[in-house]
Design a protein around this ligand. Structure first.
Ligand code: 6PG
Length: 473
């Protein structure tokens, strides 16, 4: 007799936690992992939740244990492993079964998988899951893409395992095909920008003033009580205040200054470029992460150029700290404006009709970028769902008016003192270009026509125009 309501393949940390979350919400779940011993260990450690877990040693047994039509969550490494898993599973499935890829897939792979499964009788869902290990275990934010009817069949289990914001589940169907994975990718792009801008502010205090990690942590802790209240600011404070048990020094001072990346940040930047939407704060954050990995080169350059100038040794005053807070806030507004603009364009190109207010709402809890800010964003989008850019929505106009002078002062301070702030300065550059009614592309038009006869438009005459160039000089 089939016992499970749902199946889950892949018992890595995320998969295992998601399975426990499902079991805890009262849904019997069949689990399978390619390395069988992992399934056994997982089951043994599941405590009371074992009663809702059906460990399976083979895919055949796994399929037999799930009530048809079978919803099956794949939580395996993004890429080839997903294709292999789908292939291996197909023989044991029946028409109507739903394969749900919950990994960080590239949405273009998701679209391909939809095509490959067309006419197979099987249904596919591409599902973005955010919240890390804790989120998977106690409530992630869930971004679903696929056929709406397929979502409706798994909606109750997904909503019950999702994070709740004031009782509202952070789970929604966002559109067909790759919509869910695309939104998750942009979530991660924004996550990169948020993290990088926080790190840049940390750098100003550490390298510009020589402040101790715990003192910087105290500042982030304070900010977490205000407009910057967010998971990432909260964990930044906690990280900066943590001591290394071996040396007693701040642990962050013992951590190598290079960070890895699995792809989602880069994909956000690539897709933004492909669609011609400026996402410079996100792009700079991705580039900064890549440069962080070039540690050897950076050390050579530090020797060649003398490195970052020595810290001033002075203490930043309250006005400066307030400027830092507002600069981070302004940078955040610009990065979110860019992320949402990319989603807006993708929504049009892929005909997803992405519900922007819903996206903001399901990011208010569970996911890595959850913050008070997203509450404001959700409300603003609800009031103005067709807004073309966040920087043009009333509340955000007011917030940006208050914050951009600080961003300007902080970027200027950093530039003068040789402190790198690539994402913050990209955010400022975007804002200044965005609000410039007459930009400088008149000159670009002229240059293009000069060297390539590409033509130009005039402000005082219709039609396409050309030189002559050089006359009268
Ligand atoms: C989340 C995270 C999660 C994961 C990233 C890390 O939303 O839960 O974003 O998806 O931590 O994959 O990505 P990088 O390795 O690229 O930093």
């Amino acid at each position: 007799m089939s016992k499970a309501e749902i199946g889950l393949i892949g018992l890595g940390v995320m998969g295992a936690n998601l399975a426990l979350n499902i079991a805890e919400k009262g849904y019997p779940v069949a689990v399978y992992n390619r390395t069988t011993s992992r399934t056994g260990t997982f089951f043994e450690n599941a405590g009371e939740l074992r009663q809702n877990i059906v460990p399976c040693a083979t895919l055949e047994e796994f399929a037999a244990q799930i009530k048809p039509p079978r919803p099956i969550i794949l939580m395996v490494q993004a890429g080839k492993a997903v294709d292999e898993q789908i292939e291996g599973l197909r023989d044991f499935l029946s028409p109507g079964d739903i394969i749900i890829d919950a990994g960080n897939a590239n949405f273009r792979d998701t679209i391909r998988r939809f095509d490959e499964l067309e006419n197979s009788g099987l249904t596919f869902i591409g599902m973005g899951v955010s919240g890390g290990e804790e989120g998977a275990r106690h409530g992630p934010s869930i971004m679903v893409g696929g056929e709406k009817q397929a979502y409706e069949r798994v909606e109750s289990v997904l909503k019950s395992i999702a994070a709740k914001f004031e009782g509202e589940p952070c789970c929604a169907w966002l559109g067909h095909g790759g919509a869910g994975h695309f939104v998750k990718t942009i979530h991660n792009g924004i996550e990169y920008a948020d993290m990088q801008m926080i790190a840049e502010i940390y750098g100003i205090l550490r390298d510009g003033f020589g402040m101790a990690a715990s003192d910087i942590g105290a500042i982030f802790s304070e900010w977490n009580k205000g407009r910057l209240n967010s998971y990432l600011v909260e964990i930044t404070a906690a990280v900066l205040e943590t001591e290394d048990p071996d040396s007693g020094a701040p642990i962050v001072d013992r951590i190598l200054d290079r960070a890895g990346q699995k792809g989602t940040g880069r994909w956000s930047a690539i897709e933004a470029q492909m669609m011609g939407v400026p996402a410079t704060a996100i792009e700079s954050a991705v580039a900064a992460r890549s440069l962080s990995a070039e540690r050897g080169l950076r050390q050579m350059a530090a020797k060649a150029y003398g490195g970052t100038p020595a810290a001033s040794g002075t203490t930043p005053d309250a006005d400066f700290i307030r400027d830092l807070e507002l600069a981070l806030f302004a940078g955040k507004i610009a990065a979110y404006a860019q992320g949402f603009a990319v989603m807006d364009q993708a929504s049009e190109e892929f005909q997803w009709n992405l519900p922007m207010p819903t996206i903001a709402r399901i990011w208010r809890a569970g996911c890595i970028i959850r913050s008070q800010f997203l509450g404001t964003l959700a409300k603003s989008f609800e009031a103005d769902p067709d807004a073309e850019n966040l920087l043009l929505i009333g509340d955000f106009v007011e917030m940006m008016k208050e914050a951009h002078p600080s961003l300007r002062r902080i970027v200027a301070h950093a530039a003068v003192n040789g402190l790198p702030v690539p994402a913050l300065s990209a955010a400022l550059g975007y804002f200044d270009s965005f609000r410039q009614a007459r930009g400088t592309a008149n000159l670009i038009q002229a240059q293009r026509d000069y060297f390539g006869a590409h033509g130009f438009e005039r402000i005082d005459q219709d039609g396409e125009h050309h030189g002559p160039w050089g006359s009268g000089l």
